[in-house]
Design a protein around this ligand. Structure first.
Ligand code: GRF
Length: 199
């Protein structure tokens, strides 16, 4: 069996998707392993969860770089390459990326977004879907490109919107779908990276 792909998960908050990614990587035939969880926020709750699961963690506080986003990204990039990371999974990483990081990891950085892209990029996705009287919401895993929440879609999961849904109740159900979609999609993506190229 090929070596699992080395993945870093980047978070800024609770890290429930990160936890689902780590848990799924415990399967004996997993196509990826989480070698690093990195946060721009030293107090991100997800860091403690990752530590408890035995995964190496690192915080690189963006505030130390003032407004220089690229300098912060260069420090993040150095940590990733220093750890032998092959693929980045953004999971609630609340930073707008510069062309530096996007370019350095082109085709190897994934993100999960809580809407059925191209619908509702950005924030407040669930409130917007309810306000539009949509019949369903969901989540999308996509390759990260320069535009925010754009880039080729790798997988989506759909969740019906119920008559009495609030943004919070809908978010809760979409989160459950995210925890299934992200590990499955990342696993498929990483297995594809290890496929021999046709001659
Ligand atoms: C998720 O809803 C994800 O789609 C979005 O940020 C949220 C992160 O949640 N990008 P968690 O930290 O994984 O619980």
């Amino acid at each position: 069996m090929p070596e699992p792909v080395k993945v870093a998960v980047l978070i800024s908050g609770a890290g429930s998707n990160m936890a689902a990614l780590i848990d799924a990587a415990q399967a004996p035939d997993a196509a990826y392993e989480v070698v690093l969880v990195l946060s721009n926020k030293p107090d991100a709750g997800g860091l403690k969860i990752a530590e408890a699961k035995g995964v190496t963690t690192l915080a690189i506080d963006h505030r130390a770089f003032a407004k220089d986003r690229e300098a912060h990204e260069r420090a993040v990039h150095a940590a990733l390459t220093g750890t032998g990371v092959e693929v980045i999974a953004l999971a609630g990483y609340m930073r707008i990326l510069t062309p530096f990081l996007v370019g350095a990891w082109a085709g190897r950085m994934l993100n999960i977004h809580p809407s059925l892209l191209p619908l509702y990029p950005g924030l407040d996705t669930h409130a917007r879907a309810i306000a539009a009287a949509d019949a369903e919401a969901g989540c999308t895993v996509h390759i990260v490109t320069d535009g925010v929440d754009e880039g080729p879609v790798l997988g989506q999961a759909r969740v019906p919107i119920l008559a009495d849904d609030t943004p919070a109740s809908l978010a809760e159900r979409v989160h459950v779908a995210e925890h299934q979609l992200y590990p499955a999609t990342l696993g498929r993506f990483c297995a594809g990276l290890r496929q021999p190229r046709p001659a």
